[in-house]
Structures are given as structure tokens and as C-alpha cells.
Design a protein around this ligand. Structure first.
Ligand SMILES: C[S@@+](CC[C@H](N)C(=O)[O-])C[C@H]1O[C@@H](n2cnc3c(N)ncnc32)[C@H](O)[C@@H]1O
Length: 235
């Protein structure tokens, strides 16, 4: 059974680049690249989760041509567009939570640009990122915060496509997941990441409403929190 995210982005794929490249529509990849620029090492091995059509890679390659990029993408059609644009990028097709990578500790940086909100298991995702990153590697990602008075972002989980939409029938089980900043810091800490910066910005407009993102730069710390510390944290 095809995943809801794959069905949705397969449908969107042909229009994704033309629509998002209009001025101011989708600036997240550019903002993420600006945050990454000071920490991007020459020849870094980078994994982009939810690579889509590869927009982030375009901006990162303008900063450093030598980065070696792999991507994960659940939508076949988005992957195909990305592969045409960036033939040297190795794309792992499938759901990040289900793909097995042979080499642990391989990547210097993992990026997740506009995709974490569609991945239902935050803890499993962060565990996986931690295993795939080298010692002191970076995890750079966006997420949707829960905002109590926001018309769309006021719940931890909601349908991505509103029930009034024409597309609702195709993708009725496609959800967006949100976290409070406190929850996110806790999850990062429990999975051995130090949060180095956290910025908030307007990512795009949906149903005439601004959608807010947080962009986190986190570093894998040498010390992973122990089970005893976990119990104290949670008590
Ligand atoms: C909003 S698009 C962002 C694409 C690209 N990162 C960008 O900034 O333009 C989200 C992408 O994440 C992919 N995606 C969603 N859930 C995924 C999962 N569990 N595993 C891999 N890719 C996923 C979608 O198919 C889609 O291409």
C-alpha cells in the first residue's frame, strides 16, 4: 500500500518546482542553507530526508560544490525529478523509518527540510538520525510548532488536506504532526543531541494563513543520556 505522503507528493510533483519557485512562496530551503553555511565542511557527506525535487541541494551546492549528497524520498515521482536535476545524488526510495542503511555513523550532516511534520514517529526518527550521523555530526531540520491560538497549527495532529478539499478522498489518511518547542528540546536531548540554534519564521501560506516553522541546528553530543537520567527527566 502506497504511503499517504507518497500519494500526495506524486500528485503534486509536476507542479512542485514551478509553484514553489514563485517569489516568496517557499523560502525554507534557502533559509536552511543560510543556517548551514557556517558549519558546512568541505566534502561533507550529507543525507537529505524528504529530499523532494532537491531544492535544498541546489542552495547548498552554491555554497560548496564538494558536498556528497544522498537523499531519502517516499514519493517516486518527486525522486524522479530530483534524479534528473541531480544525477550524482544517490536517492533511497521509501519511508525513512523503514529504510535500512548499511553504514552507521557515515554522514556528517542530516537535513530534513519541510518533511518532519509528515513523519509520525519523532523518537524513532531521531534515533535513526543519531545512528546514521558521525560523532559530532549535525542534524538540521524544520518542524511545525503547536501554537494554541493558530487556526491550523493548534493541534498536535491534524489532517494535512482539509476535509472540504477535492483531494481529500485520495489522501484522507495523510496527517501533519506538531510539537511544542519544550517537547522538541526534550526529545533531542533524550536522543543525544545538543540544540545549537532555533529560529522561527513564516514558511508558507495555507488557506490564507501563515504557516510557522522552527528551524533547529542540533549537534550529536558525545554523551547520550542514560536510562536513569531519562527517568529523572520525566519525573
Ligand atoms: C514539503 S516537501 C519538501 C521537499 C524538499 N525538502 C523541499 O524543501 O522542497 C516534503 C517531502 O517529504 C517527503 N516525505 C514525507 N514523508 C516522508 C517519509 N516518511 N520518508 C521520506 N520522505 C518523506 C514527501 O514525499 C515530500 O517530497
Amino acid at each position: 500500500m502506497t504511503k499517504p505522503a507518497a500519494r500526495y507528493y506524486d500528485l503534486l510533483s509536476a507542479n512542485y518546482d514551478p509553484v514553489t519557485s514563485e517569489l516568496g512562496v517557499w523560502t525554507t530551503p534557502e533559509i536552511m542553507a543560510q543556517q548551514i553555511a557556517p558549519i558546512l565542511k568541505n566534502g561533507a557527506k550529507l543525507l537529505d530526508i524528504g529530499i523532494g525535487t532537491g531544492q535544498l541541494i541546489g542552495f547548498l551546492r552554491n555554497i560548496d560544490q564538494s558536498i556528497q549528497v544522498e537523499g531519502v524520498e517516499v514519493s517516486r515521482k518527486m525522486s524522479e525529478i530530483c534524479q534528473l536535476k541531480y544525477p550524482d545524488v544517490k536517492i533511497h526510495h521509501g519511508d525513512i523509518l523503514e529504510i535500512d542503511f548499511p553504514d552507521l555513523g557515515y554522514f556528517d550532516m542530516i537535513t530534513i527540510c519541510g518533511a518532519l511534520e509528515f513523519i509520525p514517529e519523532l523518537n524513532s526518527l531521531l534515533q535513526k538520525c543519531s545512528r546514521l550521523l558521525s560523532e559530532s555530526g549535525y542534524l538540521v531540520f524544520t518542524y511545525e510548532p503547536v501554537i494554541i491560538a493558530h487556526p491550523i497549527q493548534n493541534q498536535e495532529k491534524s489532517l494535512t488536506i482539509p476535509s472540504s478539499s477535492d483531494r481529500e478522498q485520495d489522501i484522507k489518511d495523510f496527517f501533519t504532526y506538531r510539537y511544542s518547542p519544550f517537547q522538541m528540546y526534550q526529545e533531542l536531548k533524550l536522543n543525544g543531541f545538543d540544540c545549537q540554534s532555533d529560529i522561527e519564521f513564516i514558511a508558507y501560506r495555507k488557506q490564507e494563513t501563515n504557516i510557522i516553522y522552527h528551524l533547529i541546528v542540533a549537534k550529536k553530543s558525545k554523551l547520550k543520556i542514560t536510562n536513569e537520567e531519562k527517568i529523572q527527566e520525566n519525573s
